[in-house]
Every structure is written in C-alpha cells, then in structure tokens.
Ligand binder design. Structure first.
Ligand code: SF4
Ligand code: SF4
Length: 112
C-alpha cells in the first residue's frame, strides 16, 4: 500500500559492537580529544567544509560510532590550515589532532 511517504533507514548505532580502538589510541596520544563539547565552531570555520563536509566535530563523533570511511573521506579534504584550532573554545589543537589521526590505521596502530 502506498502511504505517500516511506521510513528512512535506521541510523541507530550499537555502541556495544563499535570498534573504537582508533579513537582510544587518539585519546591516549592527544588527550584533548576527550574534552570536545561538540559546539561546532570548528565546522563553521573550516575552509574545506563547503565542498567536503569536513568537520573535526564529526570526525570525533564518527570515530566513536565506527564510521571510519566517512572519517577518512573528511580527513582527506583537510588542508591543515589551522583555522579550526584558532576558534576552538576548549583550546584543542585540532590541527595536531588531525595530523596524529592521519598516522593511525583502523586498528589504532601508528603506521607513519
Ligand atoms: S570547536 Fe573544539 S570543542 Fe567545538 S566541536 Fe570543534 S573540536 Fe569540539
Ligand atoms: S585545518 Fe582542516 S579541519 Fe581545520 S579548518 Fe583547516 S581544513 Fe578545516
């Protein structure tokens, strides 16, 4: 029967099964990753955001939700300009955070 609408696929995340090794390693190397309050200032100022959707906030959330492909796609668009670092109200060195993250593989091992 056609009701004129359809339900969107569920975006529920089972946090009990998500592999967070990459985020856990990042948090050990850059403890400031745990202090993000998700304000979105980094996203609003990101140079690469308009065409790539890059957002440090989304990167951190994606890592904790097992969305590695989305995270890697955003990271590949970052130009390391540092604007996000300048506006972060928590004083997180987001540029350093991104650089560190780019050195970790999906298992959280340092590969470069
Ligand atoms: S600006 Fe800082 S505190 Fe706000 S979402 Fe970005 S990283 Fe988190
Ligand atoms: S360093 Fe990367 S994430 Fe930060 S504002 Fe520049 S392009 Fe965006």
């Amino acid at each position: 029967m056609d009701f004129g609408f359809k339900l969107s696929p569920s975006s529920a995340v089972n946090l009990d099964t998500v592999d967070t090794r990459r985020f856990d390693r990042l948090a050990r190397l850059v403890p400031d990753a745990l202090t993000c309050i998700g304000c979105g200032s980094c996203s609003a100022t990101c140079t690469a955001a308009p065409w790539s959707g890059m957002s440090v906030r989304k990167v951190l959330l994606g890592l904790q939700r097992g969305r590695d492909e989305e995270v890697d796609r955003m990271l590949s668009a970052c130009m390391l300009c540092g604007k996000c670092t300048m506006v972060c109200p928590r004083g997180i060195n987001t540029r350093q955070l991104i650089l560190t993250l780019c050195r970790l593989d999906k298992n959280g091992e340092v590969v470069r």
